[in-house]
Structures are given as structure tokens and as C-alpha cells.
Design a protein around this ligand. Structure first.
Ligand code: C5P
Length: 403
């Protein structure tokens, strides 16, 4: 999270009355860690749940709570605070505050500055499930959406009141991700992207198997970058403990054949397919039902292998394939092998990297191979690189043909 992805952004973080205020302390830390400047503004009700002192200490800036605050030179906190902001985020946004926003009310500092704003407004509702489901609240939420306000959540689950349902505020990590995403250009808006990532695991017997050193980090970073670029992303992941990126739909698979099935069931309706997974080339022909026992001092089992399907090649052969991007992890002579692999797989774009230098690492260096030749992208953090790759892919997309 400390990749500076909000560097240069100023966010007015508005807190309204709700028990979820305690999460806003963590949210402030995360936003600041991501590089943002955070100006906290609280309603009176919010100060019942968390003190301005805590929020000041975490944000490193004085907190504003009153429209009569004289600390701003021209005494117009409601104007000045939003003028320096790139966005206003209200988290938590109470039932009452949503109602006020929907009606353009201006009877305290926070709602006045929302009315007076000249920057985007995002709200993270937080309330009891019945309050959220109440037709008046739903009407207000719809009005706000219609007014161009972005609603983040609410989430579903356990509530502070002991009930379970829709209305929880999104977790701080999700809200921070949503803010990072909000500021990204939407180069893939309206596009569907299918991505494979991670290793596969091919069983030998119930307790053993063959896998490889792929961590999944590059594929997950690409899924995140594609979602941030506005795409509808489906990530088919081999075994990895990585968290699902914000806004991404994930299917977990273990073997190459399961990955093949998951991909082929979805591929045709996608605009882009990015095959990042390190798919096992072979699987064991007959997987033992019981654990293979060591029978003697020198005995070793003989394993017979069969080839796995080539997922990328199969997608590329579809009658109307999505724009296919392959990855090649080589151990040397990338320039030669990359170009050859692209030709063999018959795909428009191949991203080459050196396997041993990237597997499990947080950064990577790649060469792009396409019809025009080669292009090197310098070594960078996998998230920064993923963003560059999404820009490269978006620029190469054929204009939208009817699917
Ligand atoms: O042939 P090779 O495994 O080196 O090709 C790598 C590229 O092909 C990667 O994009 C990888 O995800 C994809 N691939 C695949 N199915 C396989 C093997 C590789 O989709 N069985």
C-alpha cells in the first residue's frame, strides 16, 4: 500500500455520526501511507464516536468541525476546504447525512462544503440494515447516484447492533483501494478482461503434486490495474494466498485442466485475455488414489506424464478471439525466444520476462513483442508495470467490433 499511488492528491475526509467512525482512523492512515494529504472534517455527531484529536494526530492537520471556525483567514472554511481538494470522501456517511446531501442541505460545515464543492464527491454509507433498506434512504441513494455522487458500498455482514445484513461501511483497505481506483483514467471502461494468474498444481497422489515458483503477483497486479482502468475483470487464479484485488471477480482453480475449463467457459465474451499464469506443461497420467509409499531403500516410483492443454493457444484459436496477450518466462535470450513464442502462439502481443528474475519478486522488467517489433519497459514495481502494460494493451485494442 505504500506505493505512493495517491501522491499529490488532497482528500477531504468527512466523518458523520456512526460507530464505523473507528474505521476512519485506519482509513486516514492508509490514505496518508498511499501519499495523499488528508483534511478531516467532522460533524458534531461524529465527534461523539471518535475525537478530533485522534483524527488530527493521524492526519497531521487540524480538524474542522464548525462552519464558524475562524482559523481560515477569510472565514469561509466551507469554500476553501473543498477548493484545495481533489475529492471529498464521506466515510462513514450516516442515514441522516445521505438525506441531507440528497436535498442539498447546508446547515453544518460538512454538508455546506459538499454543496459548495468543485470536486468529485464519494460517500461510504454506514448504517443498520433496516435504515439502509428504508425506502427513503434508497430514494436518497438513488438521487445521489443520479447527481453524480459515487457510492462506495455499503458492505454486507455483521453489524454493530448485532444484526446481519447490508449497511456495513466498507473496510478501510477497500475504501483506500476505491480511492486509488477512482483517480485512474478509465481506458478500459466497458471492456471485459479475463486474466489467468499464479501457478497450477498437478497432483501426483492425495498429498503430493507438481507446481512452480510463480507467485501470482504479476497477474494479480494486472487484474487490479485493469479493474482500476474501468474494466470488468475475471481473474482465474491458481493456488496462491494473494488477496483478491478490489472490484475483481475471482475463480480459484488448482490444475491446468481446471484453469482451461474456467477460461474456456468465459473467454468468448471477453474483449481481452491476458494469460499470465505459469501453467504446468505436463500432468501425471495416473494420479494415485492413495499416498505412494516408499517400499524399499532404493525403490523410486516411475511417473508417466501427459501434456496439458495450452489455454492461451486454445483461446487464440476461438472463432472470434478476445485480444490475446501472452507472457513468456524465459531463462535467457529473451529477444529471440519471445519473438518465436509470439509467432508460435499466434497472438498479437507477448510480454517477455526472465523467469528466475521475476518469480516471487515485487518488481519486474519486460519486453513487449508485437507486429511492430520489440519495446522494452524498464524495471518497475509490478503494480506500476501493470499500469504501463494496461496502457500498452488499451492502445493496441482494435476498435470495438460487435461481439
Ligand atoms: O509455452 P509457454 O508455457 O512458455 O507459454 C507461456 C504463455 O502461455 C503464458 O502466457 C501462459 O499463461 C500461457 N500458457 C497457457 N497454457 C499452457 C501453457 C502456457 O495458457 N498450458
Amino acid at each position: 500500500m505504500d506505493r505512493g499511488e495517491l501522491a499529490g492528491k488532497t482528500i477531504v475526509l468527512g466523518l458523520t455520526g456512526g460507530i464505523a467512525c473507528y474505521k476512519s482512523a485506519e482509513l486516514t492512515r492508509l490514505l496518508i501511507k498511499a501519499g495523499a494529504a488528508v483534511q478531516v472534517v467532522m460533524t458534531d455527531a461524529a465527534t461523539q464516536f471518535i475525537t478530533p484529536l485522534t483524527m488530527q494526530a493521524l492526519s497531521g492537520r487540524p480538524v474542522f468541525t464548525s462552519q464558524w471556525d475562524s482559523r481560515i483567514d477569510n472565514n469561509m472554511a466551507h469554500i476553501d476546504l473543498s477548493r484545495e481538494a481533489d475529492a471529498i470522501l464521506i466515510a462513514p456517511a450516516s442515514t441522516d447525512f445521505l438525506a441531507k446531501l440528497a436535498h442539498g442541505m447546508a446547515d453544518d460545515l460538512l454538508c455546506t462544503l459538499c454543496v459548495a464543492r468543485d470536486c468529485p464527491l464519494l460517500v461510504a454509507p454506514a448504517m443498520n440494515r433496516q435504515m439502509w433498506a428504508n425506502p427513503a434512504t434508497q430514494r436518497n441513494a438513488a438521487t445521489l447516484r443520479g447527481d453524480g455522487v459515487t457510492l462506495l458500498g455499503p458492505d454486507s455482514g455483521d453489524q454493530a447492533c448485532g444484526e446481519v445484513g447490508d449497511g456495513r461501511m466498507l473496510e478501510p483497505e477497500a475504501l483506500c483501494e476505491a480511492m486509488i481506483s477512482f483517480f485512474q483514467p478509465k481506458r478500459l471502461a466497458g471492456r471485459r478482461v479475463l486474466i489467468t494468474a499464479g501457478p497450477t498444481f498437478e497432483p501426483i497422489d492425495p498429498v503430493r503434486g507438481l507446481t512452480n515458483l510463480s507467485s501470482g503477483k504479476m497477474g494479480f497486479a494486472l487484474a487490479r490495474a485493469a479493474a482500476q482502468a474501468g474494466a470488468d475483470v475475471h481473474l482465474v487464479a491458481g493456488p496462491t494466498s494473494l488477496a483478491t484485488p478490489w472490484g475483481v471477480t475471482r475463480s480459484n482453480v488448482q490444475t491446468a485442466r481446471q484453469m482451461y475449463d474456467a477460461v474456456m467457459a468465459d473467454a468468448a465474451r471477453n474483449d481481452i485475455f491476458i494469460a499470465v499464469a505459469a501453467v504446468a506443461d505436463w500432468r501425471v497420467r495416473d494420479v494415485a488414489r492413495e499416498k505412494i509409499k516408499k517400499t524399499g531403500e532404493t525403490d523410486v516410483p516411475t511417473l508417466e506424464f501427459v501434456q496439458n492443454p495450452d489455454i492461451l493457444a486454445a483461446v487464440a484459436r476461438l472463432p472470434k478471439p478476445p485480444y490475446c496477450v501472452g507472457f513468456a518466462a524465459e531463462s535467457g535470450d529473451l529477444e529471440k525466444h519471445g519473438a518465436q513464442k509470439r509467432a508460435r502462439k499466434q497472438i498479437p502481443l507477448l510480454v517477455g520476462n526472465l523467469g528466475p528474475a521475476t518469480f516471487g519478486q515485487d518488481d519486474n522488467e519486460v519486453i513487449l513483442f508485437d507486429d511492430a517489433g520489440q519495446k522494452r519497459l524498464p524495471r518497475a514495481d509490478k503494480h506500476a508495470l501493470a499500469r504501463s502494460l494496461i496502457i500498452e494493451i488499451a492502445a493496441r485494442l482494435p476498435s470495438r467490433a460487435p461481439r
